[in-house]
Design a protein around this ligand. Structure first.
Ligand code: PEP
Length: 249
């Protein structure tokens, strides 16, 4: 069994005071936990990375970005380089989240370039994949995941520098989740597909994301090949996020 990773994607939420309070609260809980059996990662909005980094210093919590540009520097107004995230103490960055794919037209190639940038900067990429509702209804969930892995995982990805997050688009922020059997099927499929990309697919952490909360985390995290969670809404509440983490082990 791989060590679980519980990652919080705060999305575009939080001003300084809320962000610091949430991060400090979680940092204290994590630091007080004797030998925690899970890794916990906070991915605040870019404006809060530095502040949250200070708030969790010494706690053992990990810090990540929600996106990065493919280039290391240059004329890219409004973007953030992976190197800049690393400079702020980030160890991870989410790439290819479905909201980026939908709202910013990011295609698999762009996601692969961003993941490659993450690896260049020494970060772990969390590469998001997952089918839409119509793709699932059409019976194409596995095919979509295969296609996204083929296109979004760059050469040079390893079990050390990459995490996959399976996030069915229709489950994000909707309160709906796939059945445990469906999650098991997709995660097993993802692991099999990863053998085309890395030499040790069994060591790649595969997170489930989409409406994870305290009340369903235990059963979702017990599904074979689920190595943690990528959590949106519920990661903004310390008690709820902590309950998810506790339920994962
Ligand atoms: C996400 O956006 O990555 C996510 C999983 O959101 P939620 O937990 O709110 O469904």
């Amino acid at each position: 069994m791989l060590r679980k990773l519980i990652a919080g994607n705060w999305k575009m939420n939080g001003l300084k005071a809320d962000g610091v309070a949430l991060a400090r609260d979680l940092g204290i809980r994590y630091a007080e936990q004797e030998d925690p059996a899970f890794d916990m990662l906070l991915c605040p909005p870019a404006t809060l990375i530095s502040t949250v980094g200070e708030a969790i210093a010494g706690s053992g919590l990990l810090l990540g970005g929600q996106d990065c540009h493919a280039a290391a520097s240059g004329a890219h107004t409004g973007d953030t380089a992976a190197e800049m995230l690393a400079d702020l103490g980030c160890t991870h960055v989410i790439v290819g989240h479905s909201e980026r794919r939908t709202n910013h037209g990011e295609i698999d190639l762009a996601v692969a370039e961003k993941a490659n940038a993450a690896h260049r900067a020494g970060l772990v990429s969390i590469i998001c994949i997952g089918e839409t509702e119509s793709e699932r209804d059409a019976g194409d969930a596995l095919t979509v995941c295969s296609r996204q892995i083929a296109g979004s995982v760059p050469a040079g990805a390893t079990s050390d520098n990459m995490v996959i997050a399976y996030e069915p688009v229709w489950a994000i922020g909707t309160g709906r989740t796939p059945t445990n059997a469906d999650v098991a099927e997709v995660h097993a499929h993802i692991r099999a597909e990863l053998s085309r990309k890395v030499s040790d697919p069994d060591n790649v952490r595969i997170l489930y994301g989409g409406s994870v909360k305290g009340s369903n985390a235990g059963e979702l995290m017990a599904v074979p090949n689920v190595d943690g969670a990528l959590v949106g809404g519920a990661s903004l509440k310390a008690d709820e996020f902590w309950t998810i983490a506790q339920a994962s082990v």
